[in-house]
Design a protein around this ligand. Structure first.
Ligand code: CP
Length: 339
């Protein structure tokens, strides 16, 4: 394990920089990397969302491909499993006309003991322009951004952050509700081990939503209140006034010990079932980053019901990832996306 894989960072929590802002005029994007939501300003988040909206319109045209990344090479370095993020990055890169390399971890020299740094620097020696990385260690994308010349996009690092997931969640909420500021958003489940929760909390609090966290006390420590959230262990109370209910699965792969007695007990105490759904506002939306565990955090029928926007989140991921790739490659904002 390399020194940068600082486990302590996993649980470090600092208060949000911006809170409760009215939408600001979009700014010109200046960043070379997209590593987290924590360091983004409200203006930068809105620039990504507006650029994604322009790309979503492009995706509805007969010819969905644009030349924005023609001649550029993107490597998808997924050293942890993924279905949604990996596939939508690959499709986004193709839609932007990039040359795409999907790194095959199992068939790579990582298996022979090569370090992440050496692997990435060897890929860079092949003249790549952008690396999209998913890694089980928090901080891996930040590390690569320090040692490479290429742009780096974080596709999920340990329990730290998953910025493009949060951006597609914000995009979906804004599209469905017309705003984010002032909405009650409840995130229910395994918050402690969730990179999606951290990125969503940063984004939601910066954009002015009121965030409630709920789940077993072992998975929702009160320290999250320092991020500007409300913490409750009463699930009925947590969902009653929510405009958005964002469910998270139990992240067994990151838990080093059992955090609750059984999945059955978790499901009965915190799962979103028919009886609990009946307590919620009729227009409350059900979100989930996936993969869903049917019958654990969500009843199967609720996952597929009319109030679930789970698959729309996946669809919006394409436009958001096109925007992220476009911006880190030097794009300035939505005005540069051809209508
Ligand atoms: N939401 C998400 O990151 O899903 P994948 O692990 O399938 O990419």
């Amino acid at each position: 394990m390399e020194g940068w894989a600082a486990e302590a960072h996993l649980f470090s929590i600092s208060p949000p920089i911006h809170q409760s802002n009215t939408p600001l005029p979009p700014m010109s994007w200046q960043r070379k990397h997209l590593l987290d939501i924590e360091s983004l300003s409200v203006e930068e988040i809105i620039t990504v969302l507006d650029t994604a909206r322009a790309f979503k319109a492009v995706g509805q045209r007969a010819i969905k491909k644009v030349p924005a990344l023609r001649g550029k090479t993107v490597v998808n370095l997924f050293i942890e499993p993924s279905t949604r993020t990996r596939t939508s990055f690959e499709l986004s890169e193709q839609r932007l006309s990039a040359d795409v390399v999907n790194f095959n971890t199992e068939a790579s020299s990582l298996k022979k003991g090569e370090t992440l740094k050496d692997t990435a620097r060897n890929l860079e020696a092949l003249n790549i322009d952008i690396i999209v990385i998913r890694h089980s260690a928090s901080g891996a994308p930040h590390f690569l951004a320090r040692v490479l010349h290429a742009s780096v996009i974080n596709a999920g690092d340990g329990a730290h952050e998953h910025p493009t997931q949060a951006l597609l969640d914000m995009f979906t909420i804004r599209e469905k509700k017309g705003r984010i500021e002032g909405l009650n958003v409840t995130i229910l489940g395994d918050i402690l081990y969730s990179r999606v929760a951290r990125s969503d909390i940063w984004a939601l609090t910066k954009l002015g939503a009121k965030v409630t966290l709920c789940g077993p006390s072992t998975l929702v420590p009160r320290v999250f209140e320092q991020m500007g959230c409300r913490v409750t262990y009463d699930v009925e109370e947590a969902i009653r006034d929510a405009d958005i209910i964002n469910l998270l699965r139990i992240q067994h792969e990151r838990q080093r010990k059992s955090m609750f007695p059984s999945l059955n007990e978790y499901s009965s105490l915190f799962g979103l079932n028919k009886a609990r759904l009946a307590l919620t506002k009729p227009d409350a939306l059900i979100m989930h980053p996936g993969p869903i565990n049917r019958g654990v955090e969500i009843d199967s029928q609720i996952a597929d019901c009319g109030r679930s926007v789970i698959l729309e989140q996946v669809t919006n991921g394409l436009a958001v990832r096109m925007a992220a790739l476009f911006l880190v490659n030097g794009g300035k904002g939505p005005h540069e996306v051809a209508p």
